[in-house]
Structures are given as structure tokens and as C-alpha cells.
Design a binder for this molecule. Structure first.
Ligand SMILES: Cc1ncc(COP(=O)(O)O)c(C=O)c1O
Length: 400
């Protein structure tokens, strides 16, 4: 009999974290590594947020808090949803967790029974299928390839819905592609969902503020208020305010669901870090200048990376609407060989050979459910990005 649980056999460790760790190990061995595998802004948390956290510590805000968030933070989140998304929630419809990741996990744990299906468009954030499996549900993956702009069509969504469908997870702008659903496309999806009252919508809006050019962010409950009482609108401070390490995510949704998620959280982490909650209040209620500043920097880097990658032999890189990722295709390189004779049979081999030959760490597309691609996180300095693109161009040029 195995010591480890059967649950564990349904999940795999996060490939993005594995790649980041490998890059770290190689750097520790003295290799010249540029890691473009981690999904976090490379900026410091804004000063006023850090100050609020220090003040909270000094004021003794260091004890257990209410399970799913202090009242000030819940109110700040209600105000944020009203301000940015035109969504009216009351504090009882808000939950705060240890990162958006825990919020998503709580929701799945609180609702899934064996056999329940969760529709996940691919390419997807690596954690969705594993979290669904951990919670005992069945992931149903529907692909949206490069030709579809990495966006699922209404027909594709309609065809995937069965009587067992409990949730559909939407993530715009997306990790790993940066693709965003504009209002008319979102409307086509919400029209489908209006016809299927048993399906709930989990909208992961983590990259809401990182949108470029004239793209306008929308979230399903805003586009179709008729869906609001079966939608969980998930967001967080990690990406919006460079606060990944503080671990605060939140969601708005129907009271019954929010209460159930609180029950799960009460028996796992008790409450999100007290100090971080006070920092998140400062983030949501304080000056919002950081958002526009980081957006401008990321847009410049996106342009730099997209144009650089499109000059690489065999790489096709679409221009994303948001987030800080690009998801180019390497279909043009499959079957070629490195100077050492290794055949590029898939994107995993490409990523490993690229790392070995050049020291650039990217994440292979198979991890996100759509191959042959790779993901670059351009949350790195301009100098590192220019250097990395040069190395990738050089590497692709050596493949025969
Ligand atoms: C799409 C998406 N959702 C959720 C998360 C979770 O973010 P956090 O737990 O830091 O709030 C991430 C982080 O990488 C993400 O990319």
C-alpha cells in the first residue's frame, strides 16, 4: 500500500515553478541564465503599501482575523468592484484568501462532486486542471489555437457543455497567452451561458489592469448582469500592485457560495495574513498611479519582445492584448536539429535545448495545454529581454 494518497496521483507539480527552480539552480552553479519563466512583476511593491504594512505591524495587527477578510478590506473590495467593473457587491458577497490561487481552490473544493465537469479553455493557467482534479472534479479542456487568437468561440463553448458541467473558467487577459476577450466576444460567450442555467462562471480577472493599446477589459457579470448570481469574479493584488509575495486574492459572488468557501478556508489556513490584508487595503484605496506606470512599461516590453521574436527563424508570435506573457508558436522549428544533432520533436525539447545552449529559461507550451508553443514572461528588464531575444534568435538560426 502506498504511503501517499491517491489524490496525489491526479496532480503534477507546477511546471512553471519547476522551470523557475531549474533556472535558479543553474544560476547558482555559475551559468549565465536569463529566466523568463516566472509569472510575477519585477517591480517593488509601491512605497505607500509597504508603509501601511509596517504601520499595521506597529499597531498590533498581528493576530488572527475574521476567516475570509477584515471588514475594511471587504469594503475596499466592494468599492473596487463598483469603481472598476460596475459590479455592486455587499461585504457578505466578498471573500479574501491567501492569493487568488486559494480563492479559486476554495471555490472548487466547496462545489465539486465526483463526475462534475469544469470547462477549461486551453491554453490555460497551469493550475486550473490540477485544482479541479484535486477537488474531485473532471477538467474538460477545449482548445483555442493561434489561428483563433487563443480565444474560444461561442460554438466551441456551447458544444462542450453537458448536463454535468458545473463551472466554466474564463481568464482574460490570459496566462499564458495574454489574449483578452473584448466586449462583443464576451457577450457571445455570456449569451451561450444564459441558455445553460446549471453552469456557473469562474472569471479569473487577475490581469485586469494589464491591458494595452485600446483594449477595454470586461468581466462576464458586468457584460451580462443576468449571470451575476452564478458568477464568481476573482481578482487579487499580486499582479496589479506587484504584491505576489503578500498572498492576497479575493472574489465577489453569491452569499451562499462565499459562505461555503469560508468554511473550507476556516479548516485550512484560518485567515489570510493580517499584515498583508492591511497592505491590500492601502493598495485598493490609495493612489493608483502604479497601475498606469506598470502598464506603460509592460506595453513597451511587449512590443520589444513581439517584434524581436517575429525576427527569429521559425517562430510566430501574435501580439497579445494584455498580461505580461507572449505565447509564440514554434511549429516552424519542429523536425529541425541542433548543431549537436538533437531533433526538436516538441516544445519541451525546444525549451530544454534553448536553456542548455543559451541559458534562456522559458516554459514549454505542453504545460499550458497547447503545443508546440512556449511562454515568455516579459516581467524582466529591457536589457535582459534584449539579451534573451538575441540568444533565442541565435539559437533558432543554428537549427537545421
Ligand atoms: C491566471 C492566474 N490566476 C491566478 C493566479 C494566482 O495569483 P495569486 O495566487 O498570486 O493571487 C495567477 C498567478 O500566476 C495567474 O496567472
Amino acid at each position: 500500500m502506498s504511503f501517499l494518497s491517491e489524490t496525489l496521483s491526479r496532480v503534477k507539480p507546477s511546471p512553471t515553478i519547476a522551470m523557475t527552480n531549474l533556472a535558479r539552480e543553474l544560476a547558482a552553479e555559475g551559468r549565465d541564465i536569463i529566466s523568463l519563466s516566472a509569472g510575477e512583476p519585477d517591480f517593488d511593491t509601491p512605497a505607500h503599501i509597504r508603509e501601511a504594512a509596517k504601520a499595521a505591524i506597529d499597531a498590533g495587527q498581528t493576530r488572527y482575523t475574521a476567516v475570509d477578510g477584515i471588514p475594511q478590506l471587504k469594503q475596499a473590495i466592494c468599492d473596487k468592484f463598483a469603481r472598476d467593473n460596475g459590479l455592486d457587491y455587499i461585504p457578505a458577497q466578498i471573500t479574501v484568501g491567501t492569493g487568488g490561487k486559494q480563492v479559486l481552490y476554495n471555490a472548487l473544493m466547496a462545489t465539486l462532486n465526483p463526475g462534475d465537469e469544469v470547462i477549461i479553455p486551453a491554453p490555460y493557467w497551469v493550475s486550473y486542471p490540477d485544482m479541479v482534479a484535486l477537488a474531485g472534479g473532471t477538467p474538460v479542456v477545449i482548445e483555442a489555437g493561434i489561428e483563433a487568437g487563443y480565444r474560444i468561440s461561442a460554438d466551441r463553448l456551447e458544444a462542450a457543455i453537458t448536463p454535468r458541467t458545473k463551472w466554466v473558467i474564463l481568464n482574460s487577459p490570459s496566462n499564458p497567452t495574454g489574449a483578452g476577450y473584448g466586449e462583443s466576444h464576451m457577450r457571445a460567450l455570456t449569451d451561450v451561458l444564459m441558455r445553460h442555467p446549471q453552469v456557473w462562471i469562474m472569471s479569473d480577472d487577475m490581469y485586469e489592469h494589464l491591458v494595452f493599446d485600446d483594449f477595454r477589459f470586461v468581466t462576464p457579470a458586468q457584460v451580462e448582469p443576468g449571470l451575476k448570481d452564478r458568477t464568481l469574479t476573482v481578482n487579487g493584488v499580486s499582479k496589479a500592485y506587484a504584491m505576489t509575495g503578500w498572498r492576497i486574492g479575493y472574489a465577489g459572488g453569491p452569499v451562499e457560495l462565499i459562505r461555503a468557501m469560508g468554511t473550507i478556508q476556516s479548516q485550512s489556513t484560518s485567515n489570510p495574513c493580517s499584515v498583508s490584508q492591511h497592505a491590500a487595503v492601502a493598495a485598493l484605496t490609495g493612489p493608483q498611479d502604479y497601475i498606469a506606470e506598470s502598464r506603460a512599461v509592460f506595453q513597451r516590453r511587449r512590443d520589444l519582445v513581439v517584434s524581436g521574436l517575429n525576427q527569429c527563424e521559425g517562430i510566430d508570435c501574435p501580439t497579445p492584448e494584455g498580461a505580461f506573457y507572449v505565447y509564440p508558436s514554434i511549429a516552424g522549428l519542429i523536425g529541425r536539429r541542433t548543431p549537436g544533432g538533437v531533433e526538436i520533436t516538441d516544445d519541451r525539447t525546444f525549451a530544454m535545448e534553448l536553456l542548455n545552449a543559451t541559458g534562456v529559461a522559458v516554459v514549454f507550451g505542453e504545460a499550458f495545454g497547447l503545443a508546440p508553443h512556449f511562454r515568455i514572461s516579459y516581467a524582466a528588464s529591457d536589457a535582459q529581454l534584449i539579451d534573451a531575444i538575441d540568444r533565442i534568435r541565435g539559437f533558432c538560426g543554428t537549427l537545421r
